[in-house]
Structure formats: structure tokens, C-alpha cells
Design a protein around this ligand. Structure first.
Ligand code: OXD
Ligand code: MN
Length: 593
């Protein structure tokens, strides 16, 4: 097979010549194709069917291939400054020549899959088409769930449509007659490369088969490449969940929220409000593409079609809707295989006495090691979420009322603040910080500034990205969403969580909605507008007064102590750092003095 698009056909044949696969297969996105791929992986010992979950399979990856590899991720544009100080950079010709050597013959003994996919509903004016070439059937099945794969994408592409070229190889050729034989194929860490060529709308990934390194529609296309397109074309590609909150009077609010990886975006996206009469529906859990609509408001779509969620910590307490979503037709990676043929992970809310761990070894809790990898994941279709919003695929998108930023901070940062205005909100987004999580292989240490939760995902100079945010605010004017900052993770000095979190986070969202309606009060503090105890609906929580005061307190000295580090961080962007950002730091200093 081939397509009507000569550019695509030429590219496929060029890659075929370089990678030398045994055969080429064009994916049609059908259920039978999905089943065929799964069958291949059962035969090669990579997939284990789960007796307890219909249509579901468990995979175990290689210990070197368990998360995104930020040290091996490149933004390769002609000018180093355009990638900025927060991205790894290499000159495109040099990087391509290194990678071409790796790609040479890398698909020997394997099939080369051509996966046409749409990010966003097929044919929607906001959607973008990508084509991923990959030698991994694991990638094919995950792409089936996470994006819209199919021949209809080729129909929309037509003869001369544009597409984003996504090339992927696990980097493990097979010799004649060899099979993976239960061993996850990938290349050693120093040969892994996740490269982006934003000036050519091209992605080259080599050596990893896992998650964002290999499912190129997600972080590589929908964030890194799309962020560059968005700046060029005047829209926004953000690392944000999208949800709809409906109040007891039936008014709908749409919220987009950015938190660093593994800080509870999926949980918040599927929130079950504990306050009577409020309803929450999920539109997306990871990425938002937003454009100003004809009415002047910012409209958001979720470009993805599934959830690639962190499994450990997901339970009927933390996220009952995710637990319901993953009962069937789900791919699990790096969980424990239980003796009765189910999957298990730490903090799932049920015990597991014995099983096979993510490394394929016999495991019991007494071993003292984690059974599931902390970045074990589930891949599940959005349609299986019981609270998926009926409008989640509306090509026009939903109008955003509220932006939320946040991170995981056990001290200093209070439960919630509202920005004084747009520019202050951009400052809050730009200075977001979090304690590291397991979503990145190579990020260790204490607190990292993760502006807009985009540090690993912005495809250009982060200073220019801030300018883009300021300019979007100017463009949206009075229609701009209101901006808030939250921290669900504050602890007491003796290590006790101060806030119950999960469904009770709806209380904080309620305050935000009431701020929009002009109904709820707030006090001015040096760091932003904050609710007093009486502004928040805390009914039925039985929290003691001192915990509430601590959650809603601002210690100016502690905030001031972080300013030198913030100044150093933003000054790292040199001439790309917008003067409006500098002005915000000065204002913050004056308010804290
Ligand atoms: C993700 C991430 O997988 O942010 O969503 O790491
Ligand atoms: Mn993410």
C-alpha cells in the first residue's frame, strides 16, 4: 500500500532504504490490526494477557527504558539561542549525521509500520496530522489508543496536505530468525536520542520504546513541535488537563490546569467533587491546544484520544474514575502480574501478597523493593472514562474560564492564590516549582523550577515562550482566563498532609468559580489574592483551625528567601527574558519588603 500523498510516499521509501526493515506495513487503525499486533507481541513474549481484565495486557520494559530521558532529548534548530538554555541543543546536520549512523539498518528483522494519525478530531480545523514510522508494534497499539489512527487520516491528508514527520526505532535489529523472546527491545542509554527539528516539523527518536520517548504524538508533537507552531501561528499548546465544572445552578466553567508530570493532573481531570450539587467532567488529562475563537474567548481541545496515566498511587480513593476506565481494553506497562492474572501497583488500595514484579522476578511485599516501577503506566481510551465530557471531541473546543498552575511543594506555598492580573499570573506560571517525581529518568534533586510545567516540553527558548504568554494576554484582553496557583501537597513540620486533596480539591475549584462570578471574597497578600477560612467551603471536613491557618498562611520571609534563586533562574534567559517578567519580580520584591 501507499498513499495519494507523494511527499509521504517518498519519505516512507527514503526511511525504508535507510532502516532496511524486512517489510513495510501501512496501519489502518482497525480493531483487527490492533489484535494482530497484540498477537505478535504475545508470540514474542512481550505481552501477557490479563485474565481479570478483558482485552488488557501487561508489558515489562527494560530497566534503562522506564521514563522520558530528558538528558537525551534535543531541540535541534539552526540557532542554539532559539532552543534556549533549558533545552539540549545540537546543530541539525551534526545530530542527523549521528542519528543516520544509528538508523542505518536498524530495522533489520523487523516490520516498519507507517502510522497515520490525527492529533485532535480527524478533519477538525484545530487538529494536526502526523505520520509515525516505527518498528515497534507496542507503539502501534499505544498510538491506536492515544491518537486517532486510520486510513481516514490519509483521506484528509489528500494529495498535498502537510504532516509532521515522526520517525521512531527501538534501535534493536534482529538477526535472521531471531525474536525478541520476551526481552523488551531498546538501545543502551547513550544511544537513545529524542530529537526535534522544529524548523522542519520533524521528529527523530531512536533507542527507546517507552511512553513519551516513543509515542511521538504526545510530548514530541503535541507539545514540543506544536509549541513552536503555536507561537508562529498565535495560539497555545500547553501541558494542561481540561475539565468542565458545573455548579448547582447549571453554570458551566472550563478549567485548564498545568502541573509538572506525576503531580496529579489525571486525578484532578477526573475529580469527583465532594461538595453537593457540583459536577465535574473530563475533557483531557495532559495536553491542551487553545485558540482564540470567533467570540474572542480562548477555546481548548484535547489533541489526544486516550490517557497514558501513572499507575502507582491510582486507587479507588485517589481516582475512582481512572480505576473504572482501566477495567478493560487497557495496556499496562511495568506493573506487577498477580497470581490470579491481574495487574497491581503500590498504593492501589488493595493488597498483593505475591506476584511477578516489573523486572520479571518473583515478588512479595517482604522483599522491601517496589513491585511496580514508580512510573508504571496505563494506556486507556478516553471513551472508557465514565465522566468523559459529552463535548470532549467538539472540534470548536470549550471556552476556558480558569487557568491553574501548581506543583508539589511540602512547604512555603499555600493552598491557593489568585493572581492580581494576567501579567502576575504569567509570573506565577513562570516560577512554578516542584519536587522531582518519577516521570523523568534523570531528574533528581530538591526543587526544580518548571515554568508552566513546560520545562521538558517547550520546543523553543523559554524566555520567548513567556513573551508569547504575555502577548496572548494582550490579545485576549477581558476575555482572558483568570489565573490561579494551587498546592495540594503542603505538609506540617512533622510530615502530616495538611489538605485532604482528591475530591476535596473541588472546594478550591468552587472558590475559583465563585471568584469569577464575583461572589467569593479574597484577601490581598504580598503573593496574590487568597481566600480566608470563611471564603472556602470547608463544611464537613472537620479540619482543625490551626491546620487551616497554616494552609492559608503566607510567610513573607520564606517567599523572599526564594527571590534570589528566581532572579538567577530568569536571568539565565538573557536578552530573551521579557522586561515584563523582570517588572513582576520587582513588584513581588516590593510587596514582600
Ligand atoms: C506524561 C509526562 O507522561 O508528563 O504525561 O511525563
Ligand atoms: Mn504530562
Amino acid at each position: 500500500m501507499s498513499s495519494k500523498n507523494m511527499k509521504l510516499n517518498d519519505w516512507v521509501s527514503e526511511i525504508g532504504k535507510m532502516c532496511e526493515p524486512d517489510s513495510v506495513y501501512w496501519c489502518d487503525g482497525s480493531k483487527s490490526e490492533y489484535d494482530k499486533m497484540i498477537g505478535l507481541m504475545i508470540d514474542s513474549g512481550l505481552a501477557t494477557p490479563l485474565k481479570k481484565r478483558p482485552g488488557s495486557y501487561l508489558f515489562r520494559s527494560d530497566p534503562s527504558d522506564v521514563a522520558r530521558v530528558e538528558d537525551r532529548t534535543y531541540i535541534s534548530c539552526r540557532n542554539k539561542e532559539d532552543a534556549g538554555p533549558t533545552n539540549n541543543w545540537m546543530e541539525p546536520d551534526k545530530l542527523k549525521s549521528i542519528m543516520k549512523d544509528l538508523y542505518k539498518g536498524c530495522m533489520k528483522g523487523r516490520t516498519m509500520f507507517v502510522i497515520p494519525f490525527s492529533m485532535g478530531p480527524v478533519g477538525s480545523p484545530i487538529a494536526k496530522i502526523g505520520v509515525e514510522i516505527s518498528d515497534s508494534p507496542y507503539v502501534v497499539v499505544n498510538m491506536h489508543i492515544m491518537t486517532r489512527v486510520g486510513t481516514n487520516v490519509l483521506d484528509v491528508l489528500g494529495k498535498d496536505g502537510e504532516f509532521i514527520k515522526c520517525l521512531h526505532s527501538v534501535g534493536k535489529p534482529l538477526s535472521h530468525g531471531e525474536s525478541d523472546n520476551g526481552v523488551w527491545p531498546c538501545a543502551p542509554i547513550e544511544k537513545k536520542f529524542i530529537s526535534h527539528f522544529p524548523e522542519e516539523d520533524t521528529i527523530w527518536s531512536y533507542g527507546s520504546g517507552y511512553g513519551g520517548n516513543a509515542l511521538l504524538g504526545k510530548k514530541c508533537l503535541a507539545l514540543r513541535i506544536a509549541s513552536v507552531m503555536a507561537r508562529r501561528e498565535g495560539w497555545m499548546a500547553e501541558h494542561m488537563l481540561i475539565l468542565r465544572l458545573t455548579n448547582p445552578a447549571g453554570r458551566k466553567f472550563h478549567i485548564a490546569a498545568a502541573f509538572p508530570s506525576a503531580c496529579g493532573k489525571t486525578n484532578l481531570a477526573m475529580l469527583r467533587p465532594t461538595i453537593p450539587g457540583w459536577k465535574c467532567e473530563c475533557i483531557g488529562d495532559d495536553i491542551a491546544w487553545m485558540k482564540q475563537g470567533p467570540d474572542g474567548r480562548l477555546r481548548a481541545i484535547n489533541p489526544e484520544a486516550g490517557f497514558f496515566g501513572v499507575a502507582p498511587g491510582t486507587s479507588y480513593k485517589s481516582n475512582p474514575m481512572a480505576m473504572e476506565s482501566i477495567k478493560e481494553n487497557t495496556i499496562f506497562t511495568n506493573g506487577v502480574l498477580t497470581d490470579d492474572g491481574d495487574v497491581w501497583w503500590e498504593d492501589m488500595g488493595v493488597p498483593c501478597a505475591h506476584g511477578i514484579d516489573w523486572k520479571g522476578r518473583e515478588w512479595t511485599p517482604e522483599k522491601g523493593e517496589k513491585g511496580a516501577h514508580p512510573n508504571a503506566r496505563f494506556t486507556t481510551p478516553a471513551t472508557q472514562c465514565p465522566v468523559v465530557c459529552p463535548d470532549w471531541e467538539d472540534p470548536a473546543g470549550v471556552p476556558i474560564d480558569i487557568f491553574i498552575f501548581g506543583g508539589r511543594r511540602t512547604s512555603v506555598v499555600p493552598l491557593v492564590i489568585q493572581s492580581f492580573d494576567w501579567d502576575h499570573g504569567v509570573y506565577l506560571g513562570a516560577t512554578s516549582a516542584s519536587e522531582p517525581t518519577a516521570a523523568a529518568f534523570d531528574v533528581k534533586g530538591k526543587i526544580r523550577r518548571d515554568p508552566f510545567a513546560m520545562l521538558p516540553f517547550c520546543g523553543y527558548n523559554m524566555g520567548d515562550y513567556w513573551t508569547h504568554w504575555f502577548e496572548m494576554g494582550d490579545k485576549l484582553g477581558d476575555n482572558a482566563p483568570k489565573i490561579f496557583y494551587v498546592n495540594w501537597f503542603r505538609k506540617t513540620a512533622d510530615g502530616k498532609w495538611l489538605w485532604p486533596g482528591f475530591g476535596d480539591n473541588s472546594r478550591v475549584l468552587k472558590w475559583m468559580c465563585e471568584r469569577i462570578e464575583g461572589k467569593a471574597g479574597a484577601d490581598k497578600t504580598p503573593v496574590g489574592m487568597m481566600p480566608s477560612k470563611n471564603d472556602l467551603d470547608l463544611e464537613g471536613l472537620n479540619m482543625n483551625d490551626s491546620d487551616i491557618s497554616e494552609l492559608l498562611s503566607v510567610d513573607s520571609a520564606k517567599w523572599a528567601a526564594e527571590i534570589p534563586e528566581i532572579e538567577e533562574f530568569i536571568s539565565g534567559f538573557g536578552r530573551h527574558m521579557p522586561t515584563r517578567m523582570k517588572a513582576q519580580v520587582e513588584k513581588m520584591k516590593a510587596r514582600l519588603a
